[in-house]
Design a protein around this ligand. Sequence first.
Ligand code: ADP
Ligand code: MG
Length: 139
Amino acid sequence: MTERTLSIIKPDATRRNLTGKINSKIEEAGLRIIAQKRVRLSPAQAGKFYAVHKDRPFFSELVEFMSSGPVVVQVLEGDDAVSKNRAVMGATNPAEADPGTIRKEFAVSLTENSVHGSDATESAAVEIAFFFADVEIVG
Ligand code: ADP
Ligand code: MG
């Protein structure tokens, strides 16, 4: 089924000029980048985006990292886009990520793991609306 998901290229990756290489992996996986913009999140915005993790021990480190530099937020579309993107991203911990995945090839650490991807269609809808107006998404 055709789905949409939210992807974020995180500050560790924009800092190292990896936007194009990561976009190639996404496109090679058969996903279309149907909206994309480069933004700098404030700590408050990063905290709001990751509110689901607010009670986790890594929350403050995550918020500090996500607001430490520019990110590229994007809407991906394709068959089973949510799970397809999670597959090309690789495991959260890059040490456990499969060969060929974005996190295996590019991530620096468990926190600085290069990409975010929605984990379900419901959270994808909320996360897409967090960053994009409908008129900015051209499928
Ligand atoms: P994912 O991004 O794979 O969906 P989670 O939603 O569990 O992973 O976590 C969100 C982000 O928080 C991760 O991508 C990573 O940047 C960071 N993170 C997760 N777990 C840890 C941890 N144990 N220590 C430090 N940072 C973490
Ligand atoms: Mg997650």
